[in-house]
Design a protein around this ligand. Structure first.
Ligand code: GTP
Ligand code: SAM
Ligand code: SF4
Ligand code: SF4
Length: 637
């Protein structure tokens, strides 16, 4: 099923005078007139033509950015409910047949999908049918790993034209706080690799490399000028993104650093900073430059100056729903339509791996009029009806920030996945108001002592812990499937997933490991496990009552003397007490431990403790206990 005219080439019409909306609209109208015809199915009631499809490939991620994920993590959907690779390719093909010219792969983290390269290669075959751009938005941790170089090369060969890398800080230690994982060096390496492979600002239709920076007050707004310098010699577009509200990310206007402030900060330091004379139509970003700089600076102002009037994007979530607006709640399942025609549940598989129905075969079947499965025409017809109806229901724009904040969208990482209402509650940590010596200065999250270690929103920026064992490849933050080995937090995959409609959540069906079959507490036998090298890191943020407290601490001028050193020692002693404090934990032989106190701001300190062992179980509890002790000691000073 082809839409006549979809083979035409897109124009490169640009819009002048970015600061004024009228010429922008005029240019946009002109641009729309000069575009190849697009199926009316992709045109909404505001005459917006949707030629850009964003496909979420997975809910999984190898990072845990708190602005994207709730502090309690996310429950993963059962694999069969997600789109298989052939289904993704089939939908991509259908959208291209209707006039979609750009597909961006996103997630979750697209590169944790084991068949990502093959998938891009298959998508590349759609170029002969009108697909002009294949993009990927990625945290780039995998792309900067050893295997990443080859992956990147193959994807570029297949037609990958636009890589957007997310990187919120140029400070390695801060990266670990923001993302709750390591990987900063890989990201930097991936950026350099992309540059070596010819990615740049997209001059003359070249491949584009953009770096996405979500700007958050008190977190990274102090790095805006550093990021500007980052593009002095690199032909990269840095895009400063206004922090957006999603479910679980504890968004407030106070944490958002608005476009106007960023703009005035940069202009103050760079008086020649100016909008580029041409702007790309339908772009999320307003683009600027500083004469003499190789790169560009963009602003994605979703919160303060939305760009909904020129919106040309649709989304397919990883479980196969069409979502017509990033902030909209309305979704319709395309997967269900496809599977109804097929009459079966689809198992996970790589390209060509599902029930013998290969992606290539399907695409060729569509283009070449060769073999198609029975009922395919009807299926496509129904899919197009569903897509058309969804597009027609698209609203003019998103609601104001204050309303969105109240409503909350699903977590950003799950924009590509199904709803998991009620689920988070079940995983709220339970313990604890029994911390000795808590004071108003101290904000140790309650779940710090929870038997289920979990992460705390970075917006509170109080705590995270991580650990890995050598069996789970601790040195490689690019581990593509965090669930494939023992995860640092209870990984999403370790959380059982009720069906979206189940409410309240059912009790866990597996018995608690700390109970014997006769429900007696025991220390879990680990004798058969081989000893491996393990480490764990826990972090905690202390909010101080005044800046003078910090300066007294740093200058050791407190009445009680050098509080920092004392607290470090106190923290370290906590390791040795762990087995007696945590009743069912195993006594372990510690082979290394460090405690660092980091200044985050004039009223904020971070306490980071890392513990190592070679053994049959991990040292997460030791790391947590050390962090708490160090923090308590500091507070008591
Ligand atoms: N309001 C709104 N913002 C979006 C949408 N898509 C992406 N964004 C914003 O753009 C940021 C970067 O997203 P990317 O995945 O790099 O996508 P993009 O900016 O559309 O990428 P390009 O294809 O390079 O234009 C996100 O964090 C959002 O803030 C959208 O449909 N609506
Ligand atoms: C959800 S991620 C998925 C792709 C990939 N994992 C990555 O991080 O690039 C897509 C983009 O959304 C951005 N994002 C996530 N949460 C956001 C928020 N609350 N506000 C603004 N942008 C956000 C990320 O920084 C990233 O650039
Ligand atoms: S923004 Fe979300 S999906 Fe992307 S790397 Fe961070 S946690 Fe993962
Ligand atoms: S908020 Fe919705 S309408 Fe506005 S640009 Fe994003 S997807 Fe388009």
């Amino acid at each position: 099923m082809e839409w006549a005219g979809s083979e035409g080439s897109p124009t490169t019409t640009t819009i002048t005078s970015p600061s004024s909306s009228k010429p922008r609209l005029t240019a946009l109208r002109h641009h729309l007139r000069t575009l190849p015809p697009v199926s009316p199915i992709l045109t909404d009631t505001f005459s917006r033509v949707h030629t850009y499809l964003r496909i979420s490939l997975t809910e999984r991620c190898n990072l845990r950015c708190a602005y994207c994920m709730p502090s309690t993590g996310i429950p993963l959907s059962p694999t069969p409910s997600l789109l298989s690779t052939p289904e993704i390719l089939e939908l991509a093909s259908l959208f291209v047949s209707q006039g979609v010219t750009k597909i961006r792969l996103t997630g979750g983290e697209p590169t944790v999908r084991p068949d990502i390269v093959e998938l891009v290669e298959q998508l590349g075959t759609l170029r002969s049918r009108g697909l002009k751009e294949i993009g990927m938005t990625t945290n780039a941790v995998v792309l900067g790993s050893r295997r990443g170089e080859e992956w990147l090369r193959r994807m570029v060969d297949a037609g990958l034209t636009a890589v957007n890398v997310s990187l919120d800080t140029l400070v390695e230690a801060k990266f670990e706080f923001v993302t709750r994982r390591r990987g900063w060096r890989n990201v930097m390496k991936a950026i350099e690799r992309c540059l070596e492979m010819g990615f740049g600002v997209g001059e003359n239709g070249g491949k584009t490399l953009k770096v996405n920076v979500v700007v958050m007050k008190g977190v990274n707004e102090d790095e805006i000028l550093d990021f500007v310098e980052f593009v002095k010699d690199r032909p990269v577009e840095i895009r400063f993104i206004e922090y957006m509200p999603f479910d679980g990310n504890k968004w407030t206007t106070a944490k958002m650093y608005p476009f106007a402030s960023m703009h005035s900060l940069i202009t103050t330091h760079h008086p020649t900073f100016a909008p580029l004379p041409t702007q790309r139509p339908n772009d999320t970003a307003k683009t600027y430059h500083i004469p003499g700089y190789a790169g560009r600076i963009g602003f994605i102002t979703s919160m303060t100056e939305n760009f909904c009037a020129s919106c040309n994007r649709l989304r397919v979530t990883s479980d196969g729903s069409i979502k017509v607006c990033l902030f909209g709640n309305e979704e319709v399942s395309l997967r269900d339509v496809m599977r109804r025609y097929r009459g079966r549940e689809v198992e996970w598989g790589g390209v060509g791996g599902v029930g013998g129905v290969g992606g290539v075969e399907r695409l060729e079947g569509t283009t070449g009029g060769e073999r198609v499965m029975g009922g395919r025409e009807e299926m496509e017809k129904e899919l197009l009806q569903v897509i058309g109806a969804a597009v027609k229901k698209k609203e003019e724009g998103h609601k104001p920030a204050e309303v969105l904040q109240g409503e909350k969208n699903r977590p950003m990482i799950l924009i590509g996945g199904p709803h998991h209402n009620n689920h988070y509650q079940r995983h709220q940590p339970t313990l604890i108001s029994t911390l000795p010596g808590r004071s108003s200065q101290q904000h140790i999250p309650l779940h710090l002592l929870s038997p289920t270690p979990s992460s705390q929103s970075f917006n509170n920026r109080r705590f995270y812990s991580s650990s890995s064992s050598s069996s789970s490849n601790p040195s490689d933050p690019a581990d593509p499937d965090p669930s494939s080995s023992s995860p640092p937090f209870p990984s999403p995959s370790s959380i059982s997933t009720p069906s979206p409609s189940s409410s309240p959540s059912p009790p866990p069906s597996t018995p608690l490991p700390h109970l014997t079959s006769t429900s007696h507490a025991h220390i879990i036998p680990i004798t058969p496990k081989p000893p491996t090298s393990r480490h764990a890191t826990a972090l905690c943020t202390l909010h101080l009552s005044s800046p003078s407290t910090l300066s007294s601490l740093l200058s050791s001028s407190l009445r009680k003397g050098d509080a920092l050193s004392i607290s470090r020692l106190g923290g370290l002693s906590g390791i040795k007490h762990t087995p007696s404090l945590i009743l069912l934990s195993h006594p372990l032989q510690i082979t290394g431990a460090t405690v660092d106190v980091v200044v985050f701001g004039e009223m904020e300190l971070g306490v980071k403790c890392s513990v190592e062992t070679v053994g049959r179980t991990g040292v997460e509890m030791e790391a947590l206990n050390t962090t708490i002790r160090d923090s308590l000691h500091l507070t008591q000073q």
